[in-house]
Design a protein around this ligand. Structure first.
Ligand code: DC
Length: 215
């Protein structure tokens, strides 16, 4: 296992993925995007016409040969022979991923995958980001951070990410609302540091996260 495990949670558009990835690159750490697993499973289910709301009942080891890079300089997501790095960002996935992420069996499966990837990472440290990493997946991580920003700023950051088509803001708020019924990623659990990036630039947010890790 990487010696230093850093857990980062936060809502959509908080910038946690790009900030965590840049901080990992700066520190020479690995980087693990756990949302990608839920997205890749959703896309796999859509491609194979599986029933999204009961995908957790299937043999996930069998239908979902998942692979994700932990190298912040070479990010990719694969399922079997297929590269899904770009496909998992599609609008269809964005609209449906909460249905998949709400299923306890899917969450248990992803929890084990995440722990095993973090365990296998050879870097001196790893930053693992998602929604339930500080609380459920890696509650013993050396540094645990809830990275957030005001709703207005989050919607702005997200629309830049997604090439806004006018409905993005509603989609992001809607997804956060659904997701936060399953796990609380809006309030820091006891012992979790709050990093509010509302007033910070991207570089400022990366430095602030690196400072918290170095502290
Ligand atoms: O971080 P993201 O937007 O790529 O996450 C995609 C979805 O996956 C999001 O709607 C919530 C879910 N998710 C989760 O439930 N738990 C995690 N640890 C990470 C993501």
């Amino acid at each position: 296992m990487s010696q230093i495990v850093v857990a980062v949670d936060g809502p959509a558009g908080s910038g946690k993925s790009s900030v965590s990835k840049a901080a990992a690159a700066q520190l020479g750490f690995g980087y693990l995007d756990t949302g990608a697993g839920y997205r890749a499973l959703t896309l796999t289910a859509l491609k194979n016409n599986l029933e999204l709301d009961s995908v957790g009942e299937l043999d996930l080891v069998q239908i979902f040969p998942y692979e994700i890079s932990t190298d912040p300089a070479n990010y990719f997501v694969r399922v079997g022979d297929e590269d899904l790095t770009l496909g998992i960002r599609s609008k269809e996935v964005e609209l449906n991923v909460s249905r998949v992420a709400a299923q306890p069996k899917v969450r248990a499966f992803m929890r084990e995958i995440t722990r095993s990837i973090a365990n296998g990472c050879k870097s001196p440290g790893i930053i693992v980001e998602g929604r339930d990493i500080t609380t459920v997946v890696l509650p013993d991580a050396k540094t645990r951070v809830l990275l957030t920003a005001s709703e207005e700023v989050r919607l702005g950051r997200r629309s830049v990410d997604l090439q806004s088509d006018g409905s993005i803001s509603a989609q992001v708020s809607d997804r956060d609302k659904k997701d936060s019924k399953v796990v609380d990623f809006l309030n820091p659990a006891p012992g979790v540091l709050l990093l509010d990036t509302t007033e910070l630039s991207f570089e400022g947010s990366v430095s602030a996260l690196v400072d918290l890790i170095n502290r």
